[in-house]
Design a protein around this ligand. Sequence first.
Ligand code: F6P
Length: 365
Amino acid sequence: IKRIAICTGGGDAPGLNAVIRAVVIAAANRGWECYGIRDGFNGILFPERYPEGGVFRLTRDKVRGIGHLGGTILGTTNKGNPLHFPIQMPDGTTRDVDRSDEILEFFAMKQLDALVSIGGDGSLTIANALHQKGLRVIGVPKTIDNDLDKTYTTFGFDSAVSFATECLDRLHSTAESHQRVMVVEVMGRYAGWIALHAGISGSAHAILIPEIPFDLDKVAEKIRARDQEGRMYSIVVVAEGAEPAHGERSVIAEAEIGHAERLGGIGERVAKRLAEHTGKETRVVVLGHLLRGGSPTSFDRLAAMRFGTAAVRGLDEGKTGVMVALAFPNVDYVALSEVAGRMKAVPLDSDTLQTGRDIGISFGD
Ligand code: F6P
């Protein structure tokens, strides 16, 4: 190997820059050159958008001092999946085309030997397709949602959970002072990891996650029981993908790109219904994209650096078509085909869930 490229795709997560830095330094120490692709694969697919180069050299200097910064110096996008690229037909209809060959041609033309693809489910599915077409690829698991299979955790998750926990800590005093119910909506797509971990760490009284369809009567019961004990406030954490056992779904609209549904709005509805059920004053806080910003925690920084260097070591050892994974306590490699397109939900027998139940948290079931 002489030259490798790195790309970051999908929603950003704290720790992306730490991975980039680790890859660049570990590669440079082997005498390899590194290149960064801008905005997912847009730097290759739309060179005209980047007068200064859609793909650029990443030297040690370029990654100096970025390890603790949120976001990604490469840029990212949720749009422009090269496998399903929407093009406008002359008759006004749109058709999906597969532009992945253009990426392979670019790698061949620029004599790039391998790709490190840092991303979630979508990016790793693309990485797997590129691998199947013959590109040497290693994936790095990124997402605040922690919904990737075959890895103990993704980087970004711990930072999101830590921030959400801090927010919950802050909400206790204002909720108690006003004797209110505070409903806190957190991201997580179709999994309840962030809600569960932050909810337990931040001493929530009810946690609603997609894995357990909820009944608001049960949550209202919990709130009333607290009131009777003289604890006149309650904190309810709701994952954006949580769904009532009966009634409206939380998905409110399709994103224009069509490959993902836009989630949200469930916190607002839960707060309204709980106010009706309990007669208590209720407020909603949507943490949303705040969970994706800021510095990575030390856990995520270290995970990111371990993943980045393991990606380079893996390439050096001839690995391809794999994702770096955390097989606690060590880093391991798993086939991309075992990860792509598979979502990891909170297992209903998880001891974390049981921990919540044992300390009396309501899951609305
Ligand atoms: O997957 C990360 C995530 O932050 C989800 O938790 C959330 O549903 C989604 O991305 C939001 O994506 P965006 O607003 O960037 O389209």
